[in-house]
Design a protein around this ligand. Structure first.
Ligand SMILES: Nc1nnc(-c2c[nH]c3ncc(-c4c[nH]c5ccccc45)cc23)o1
Length: 333
């Protein structure tokens, strides 16, 4: 980059970031936005003025910010666990001046969905990975976010096996706090699963909002099938319309994965023999028979409420947060 050539990375607020996202959304779909004519230059909006230092309108890789592979949280994790979203790989990033550590998701412009950024920009919550900004460089969008350096719940499960009940309760409560907030604003995440829950020292956060939607009616009529099959609700599989309760079912499926170490269905219907689980999810009762015998009755009751086949009878995030099983007292064994 010739010295003195100004970049176009600016500090701004959420409104500025959403305006930038709207401009590149047009570019992503072939419409060349005039203000982005220099796609080989950098352009973007950073929300985090304290920790991210822009130099002459630049926030360049290896100059202003460095990317690193994530440190392995568990020895046995193979490279397959390098975090990746629906359409982008996630790296550990560090600001070269402030040393602020972040996550940086690289999304090719042709795969970019507004919801990848818009939902996290508009709906901040302590259990939703905080968005720090987005920079477009050479047709790749770099999305900077809060980093869960403890890795994902999936990485922990694949390395350490089934989680203890107290750990399952803690993660479930963290996710329910995020879902209570998102669902209260009509946002459906659509991909609740262990790899989209990342761990930090004192909390867990939801990540990967690339499939999320904000409902404008009481029922969301999908144009495509969204999510990861093993965790999908029966009503989502039927494509007849669904609402935020689909995330609750996916959380119930995630709880089974945390308690057993395996995703629901796969032990009874091995992936080698069943390329798709959609028919199984539609035809069979919810996978409550996979709840281990060791599971306490109170937590079993939470699973019954979260995995109810009828979304109208399924508990909401707010209702589950009131469940006594999710507030164990220290004197309970
Ligand atoms: N798909 C997606 N979209 N946004 C994120 C994201 C935001 N902050 C993060 N922090 C950590 C990880 C992460 C996932 N698996 C891991 C394994 C080891 C270490 C870290 C991780 C992922 C993120 O992920």
């Amino acid at each position: 980059c010739p010295p003195g050539q100004e970049g176009d990375v600016q500090y701004g607020n959420v409104t500025d970031l959403l305006a930038f996202i709207s401009r590149i959304s047009g570019t992503a779909h072939g419409v060349q936005a005039p203000s982005l004519v220099h796609l080989n230059n950098e352009t973007g909006v950073l929300l985090n003025k304290k920790d991210m230092i822009v130099q002459n309108g630049h926030y360049r890789l290896d100059s202003e910010v460095s990317l690193f592979p994530w440190k392995r949280n568990y020895r046995s994790v193979d490279s397959a666990h390098i975090p990746k979203g629906a359409f982008g790989r996630v790296h550990l990033a560090e600001d070269c001046v402030t040393r602020k550590r972040m996550a940086c998701k690289l999304i090719p412009l042709e795969h970019f969905r507004r919801s990848d950024v818009e939902i996290q920009a508009r709906f901040g919550h302590e259990n939703v990975a905080q968005l720090f900004g987005a920079v477009l460089k050479e047709r790749t969008l770099h999305v900077f976010m809060e980093a869960g350096e403890g890795g994902s719940v999936l990485e922990k499960l694949d390395s350490c096996g089934p989680m203890r009940e107290a750990e399952v309760i803690w993660v479930t409560r963290q996710v329910l706090q995020a879902l209570e907030y998102l669902h209260g604003h009509g946002v459906i995440h659509h991909d609740i699963k262990p790899s989209n829950i990342v761990l930090m020292s004192a909390k867990a956060v939801l990540v990967d909002f690339g499939l999320s939607v904000q409902m404008t009616e009481d029922v969301y009529i999908p144009r495509d099938l969204r999510g990861t099959e093993m965790y999908m609700s029966p009503e989502l599989v039927l494509c007849g319309g669904h609402d935020t309760k689909t995330d609750i079912y996916s959380l119930g499926s995630t709880m089974i994965h945390m308690l057993t170490g395996s995703a629901p269905w796969v032990r009874r219907f091995p992936r080698t023999a069943y390329p798709s689980y959609l028919y199984i999810i539609h035809k069979y009762a919810p996978p409550l028979e996979e709840v281990p015998d060791s599971c306490s009755n109170p937590l079993r009751s939470v699973l019954h409420s979260a995995l109810h086949r009828n979304p109208a009878l399924r508990s909401s995030a707010s209702q589950l947060l009131q469940h006594h099983a999710l507030h164990p007292t220290t004197n309970q064994t």
